[in-house]
Design a protein around this ligand. Structure first.
Ligand SMILES: Nc1ncnc2c1ncn2[C@@H]1O[C@H](COP(=O)(O)OP(=O)(O)OP(=O)(O)O)[C@@H](O)[C@H]1O
Ligand SMILES: [Mg+2]
Length: 217
């Protein structure tokens, strides 16, 4: 029993590390591909401005450089949104999920419905962050794999439990012989770390329903 328990702990920790590592990797890639590129262009322009002095039309170059700087600032905002969205820390899970749904609704053809059966309230920060991360992964999976035309996200309280359920009407998958990426594994470990429960129901051609619940104390 003891050994089994220890092995489980190790597995869990490994999954946590993998989560962190893949998030850092993603952050590094994002920074490299967006901000890094734009900053390089800004640097090059400034160098040219310096050399061109009066020989070139420096106003165009300056305007261009200013535009690049604006782009850079916007990119940084986007990256920060993905790493830890300010709306989550400032206004909480409900507003952050709402913002996530709105953004996805604008960027995809999927009809997204967000229903919340609870008052505007805040939850412990580790619960808010975990549920937000899970929603991000589930949205990612639905967009990447499901071919769904509609997604329903529901946040509700039932007898002291905070419940988030996420369903898509897409192609579904066979839970027994799916090749697990990090995504589904990470969901399990994230939920375990907040002492929650997760159920994923999916059948080929029948969409996917994921329910996460955590006891509020
Ligand atoms: N909503 C969904 N609809 C259809 N298939 C899904 C859905 N969610 C997951 N799957 C299937 O389950 C597999 C495993 O999902 P998982 O999130 O673990 O990995 P991934 O999304 O492929 O990669 P990663 O999450 O690491 O970027 C997917 O490759 C896909 O085949
Ligand atoms: Mg995934």
């Amino acid at each position: 029993m003891r050994q089994l328990q220890d092995e489980k702990q190790v597995d869990l920790l490994n999954a946590v590390f993998e989560t962190q590592e893949s998030e850092r990797k993603r952050l590094a890639e994002d920074l490299h591909d967006s901000v890094g590129q734009v900053l390089s262009a800004i640097k090059l322009n400034l160098h040219r401005l310096d050399k061109a002095a009066e020989t070139e039309n420096s106003t165009t170059l300056l305007a261009d450089t200013r535009k690049l700087a604006d782009e850079c600032i916007q990119e940084i905002r986007n990256i920060i949104q993905n790493v830890l969205p300010p709306v989550l820390t400032d206004f909480g899970l409900i507003d952050a999920l709402q913002a996530l749904c709105t953004k996805l609704g604008q960027n995809t053809d999927i009809k997204i419905t967000f229903t919340k059966n609870l008052a505007d309230e805040r939850f412990p920060s580790e619960i808010e962050l975990t549920l937000y991360r899970i929603a991000q992964e589930l949205f990612g999976n639905a967009v990447k794999h499901s071919k769904a035309t509609s997604i329903q996200l529901l946040l509700t309280k039932e007898a002291g439990w905070l419940v988030m359920s996420f369903s898509d009407n897409g192609v579904g998958f066979n839970m027994d012989n799916v090749s697990h990426g990090f995504g589904l594994k990470n969901l399990q470990s994230r939920v375990q770390l907040i002492d929650g429960k997760i159920h994923i129901y999916s059948k080929p051609l029948n969409g996917t329903l994921t329910t996460i619940k955590v006891l509020l104390t």
